[in-house]
Design a protein. Sequence first.
Length: 138
Amino acid sequence: MGYEKPIPLKNQDNSPYWDAADRHELVLQKCESCHEYSHPPGPSCAKCGGTEMSWESLGSTVKGTIYSYIVSYRAFLPGFQNDLPLIIAIVQLEKVPQVKLIGNVRQCSPDEIEIGMNVKMVWEDLTDERALPQWIKA
Ligand SMILES: [Zn+2]
């Protein structure tokens, strides 16, 4: 059986982010002009419009807290049936609290999840080459 779920597509703006994820590492785009982080990555800074963007690695130990979440009981795409209910959270990063990332919280029931819960990033290997960042309870 192959992997049935959609694999995130790399493009010019986000490929460093996904390349890092494939290495089980988190990188964030940062503006060279105003030094603000920019996520999700884009061609220019959302804050100042600057186009000199660089990438900063947060390494492979990434912690955060649940800022907000939803619980999905329906599969909107094929391949997700076995993941239900699926918890999709906005996670505030511990090292960079101004950045919030959206991701699935795995190995956690809807009864357990709560705002402020500590989580850490893990990477699910989708294929030999691609990996998807996810969160589990810290
Ligand atoms: Zn900027």
